[in-house]
Design a protein around this ligand. Structure first.
Ligand code: HEM
Length: 74
C-alpha cells in the first residue's frame, strides 16, 4: 500500500524539491528492486510524475541541473 503518485491525493510536495524526490525514487524505488533502474530512467519517471501532477508543463524532461532546486508546489 502506498500513497497515490498522481492526482489530487498525491503528496509529492512533501518532498519539497525535485532533487529530494529524485533521491528518494532513485535509491528506494522500485521497492522490490531499489536503485535498479538507470539514472535516465529515474529522470524520465520523475519528469512523468511532475508533468502528470501539473507541476511542470507537458513534454518537459527534467535534467539533473534543473531538478536541483526545483520546488514541488503546484
Ligand atoms: C520506478 C518505479 C517507482 C516509482 C517512481 C515509485 C515512487 C514512489 C514514491 C515517490 C513514493 C513516495 C510516495 C509519498 O510518500 O508520497 C513511493 C512509495 C512507495 N512505493 Fe514506490 N515507486 C516505484 C515502484 C514501486 C514498486 C515496484 C513497489 C512495490 C513493489 C513500490 C512500493 C512502494 C511503497 C510500499 C511505498 C510506500 C513507502 C512508505 O510509506 O514508506 N514502489 N514510491
Amino acid at each position: 500500500m502506498a500513497l497515490p503518485l498522481i492526482g489530487p491525493a498525491a503528496d509529492l510536495e512533501a518532498f519539497v524539491n525535485a532533487k529530494f524526490l529524485f533521491d528518494y525514487i532513485s535509491t528506494i524505488m522500485p521497492q522490490d528492486a531499489p536503485g535498479s533502474l538507470s539514472k535516465q530512467d529515474y529522470l524520465d519517471v520523475l519528469s512523468f510524475l511532475l508533468v502528470e501532477n501539473g507541476i511542470v508543463p507537458g513534454e518537459r524532461v527534467m535534467t539533473p541541473n534543473q531538478i536541483e532546486n526545483f520546488p514541488l508546489q503546484k
